[in-house]
Design a protein. Structure first.
Length: 120
């Protein structure tokens, strides 16, 4: 059994500029599942850099409020929203509230740096 506590996972500033803690990654953990799972935070007034993944991604909003941009689509998001982000879609999320925007990121197959392009 593999159990990880969020507080024990190293926080990094990801390439898209969000605060990220990776909880699970099939490639790094050498597990049978295919995905990766990360906990992300975007601070009030901030947004991630536009980026695209070669893989599928889902965001699940836990706390805060924001505006999600996927390709030409834009929508307000709040706790309980699940956002499907198709492969190669240009995406970013902005925090439109006064509290941290907190969400989970599921990437399938598991995230790796070579699958992500940060746009300028």
């Amino acid at each position: 059994m593999l159990i990880r506590k969020l507080k024990d996972c190293q926080e990094i500033i990801a390439g898209d500029s969000c605060h990220l803690r990776e909880l699970l990654n099939a490639k790094q953990d050498r597990r049978a599942y295919r995905y990766s799972l990360a906990h992300a935070i975007v601070k009030p007034g901030e947004k991630t850099k536009p980026h695209a993944l070669k893989t599928s991604e889902v965001y699940y909003i836990l706390e805060g409020s924001g505006r999600m941009h996927v390709g030409e689509d834009v929508a307000d998001v709040s706790p309980g929203c699940a956002i499907d982000i198709p492969p190669h879609a240009i995406q970013f999320i902005e925090n439109t509230g006064s509290l941290d925007l907190v969400f989970l990121c599921i990437v399938d197959p598991a995230w790796c740096a070579g699958d992500e392009e940060i746009l300028k």
